[in-house]
Ligand binder design. Sequence first.
Ligand code: SF4
Length: 111
Amino acid sequence: MSEPIRECPSTRREALTPDSGDWWARAACRDAELAVFFSPDDERGHARDRREAQALQICMPCPVLVQCRDHALAVGEPYGVWGGMTEGDRRKRTRRLRGQRRPLESCVRTP
Ligand code: SF4
């Protein structure tokens, strides 16, 4: 299993492609505490909810929220808050999209 990414979204420059532009340079989280965006290994429940709420408050007025979100979804970013979406938000979105692409036969019950 790979190590969780512990960098702030706006500093993950190596993950950005030339097509990404320089959106990260205008990121609202550039000077934010890194721990707000990425969970420690033992974080659970309300502690996670509070931390994610803090991160989302930074994201919401961010001028590059859409670019950041698009990037995270495009690369399948598994960890952290990106573009106003938590890890859970991205997982739900992925499951929803997979469900929509499920072939019709998989929805039919067989005796
Ligand atoms: S949307 Fe959030 S995570 Fe993305 S660059 Fe802006 S503040 Fe950082």
